[in-house]
Design a binder for this molecule. Sequence first.
Ligand code: M7G
Length: 328
Amino acid sequence: MAPKRRTDSVGSDKLSQIAKKAKTDNENGDGAVTKDPESENILSEFKMTTVLRDSAREKTVFVHGKLGDQDAVVILEKTPIREDALAELFTGSKLKLEMKNDIYSTYRLQPPPQQNAIKATVVCPATEKHVKKYQRQESSLVKETGEDYKSITLPYIEKQSFSVQWVHNILEKKAEAERIVYEDPDPELGFVLLPDFKWDQKQIDDLYLIAIVRQRDIKSLRDLTSKHLPLLQNIFQKGKETILQRYGLAASQLRVYLHYQPSYYHLHVHFNKLGYEVPGCGVERAHLLADVIQNLEADPEYYKTRTLYFPLRADHGLLGQFTEAGRL
Ligand code: M7G
């Protein structure tokens, strides 16, 4: 078996930074954080109220609760077992036999502490929309014509969408500046490529980066026309080149796509390692960047005029708007 590549973590944010954010708003009020090397356990103060969702298969749990007087969502996720950690796992763990039958036996293996990390993501203060986003819910497939977009979706997202302050912080280097993998400063064609916060950067198997465009007025796929082709081609080309140079992963090993609907209405492109089955990479939500480019080359107004389909969760406000308009 070929050894799995691992990456050196490029300065992932420390929990202590989030602690600062939870406790005090910074002077700009933009939630950006400064580096602090110590890691204080703010989660010792976390008072959980509900488990919003958990998955034994994905080894994750989404918990809603309070950090001080603020609502918070904490996501805990067991991290993948790295091949370069196996030797230490075998030699340095405690093993307790659970059962033995013929040639079969199962054990409870207690790894050394450094092998036992859990990735923790904290959203604080969390809005009601965040709580809903992470709750398990049935979804319905919505059919949105170009007209529906203008009359139902656009007015809704102009009023109701998640704040993109975190995106502006990245573009202005107020947060995650040390995590940037590549940036093109051009105001029209430029973008910032950095690890998605779902990726702990410990192994390539679950590689996940996002490219955030510098232009601030492109909300989603729906806003794209042929005039954006140079921007999209630039992201595709430079994103692939950077990932090859930095992580040794060829373009043929990448899934590069946009979400429709996204959660955050500032255009960004997802780069995953092919084969990593991440939520949101299914056909009902992901649009391959290669297809988007081809569609715009064939028809400059493709995404303005096409009927697009996407899933919405039962409690999503936009689903209510489509129902009210008699479009479901
Ligand atoms: P999306 O298509 O708008 O929605 O993607 P989704 O979150 O439903 O997939 C936004 C992407 O940005 C997701 O993959 C998030 O994991 C990622 N993301 C969200 N936030 C708040 C951050 C952040 O603060 N930093 C980074 N690096 N990534 C984030």
